[in-house]
Design a protein around this ligand. Structure first.
Ligand code: AMP
Ligand code: ZN
Length: 138
């Protein structure tokens, strides 16, 4: 299903041109217009899902298979030194385009980006970890 007025629906389905690296019946992989590094790309499902919560099981497994395949090809062709998969859900988590997408970010020694998402590590005690575990898993 496509969503009216969704720019990534239009790009994924070829209504708006993009620098396409790969396409099949379910996905299009395009170059990001505001890349973190050389070759930063996005996997877009052709069907519309707002985010991870909405993603179908089929699309979810397809995305990871495709990410693995693209990471291999891009690493070989771009000769990068590492690779980040990044996927944001919701404004609070930094999502700016509300059509599910997976970032494919080749990493190069000295590329000037943060080595990884910078978070300040917490210092939970065992009691707090236990409470969180119970909240999620029981
Ligand atoms: P996010 O912040 O995870 O929602 O990522 C949105 C990404 O989409 C950003 O990295 C943007 O640079 C990228 N972007 C936005 N519009 C376009 C577009 N028309 N074509 C390619 N990339 C885009
Ligand atoms: Zn869409």
């Amino acid at each position: 299903m496509k969503k009216e007025d969704c720019i990534f629906c239009k790009i994924a389905n070829g209504e708006i041109p993009s620098k396409t690296l790969y396409e099949d019946e379910a996905f299009r992989v395009i170059l990001d217009l505001g890349p973190a590094t050389r070759g930063h790309a996005l996997i877009l499902p052709k069907n519309h899902f707002d985010n991870l919560y909405e993603l179908s099981d089929e699309a979810a497994s397809g995305v990871m298979k495709l990410a693995r395949k693209m990471a291999g090809i891009m690493t070989e062709k771009l000769n990068c030194d590492g690779f980040n998969l990044v996927q944001n859900n919701g404004e609070t988590a930094g999502q700016t385009v509300f059509h599910f997408h997976m970032h494919l970010i080749p990493r190069y020694k000295g590329d000037g980006q943060r080595i990884k998402i910078g978070w300040i590590p917490g210092e939970p005690d065992q009691e707090e970890l236990e409470e969180i575990k119970k909240t999620i898993a029981e």
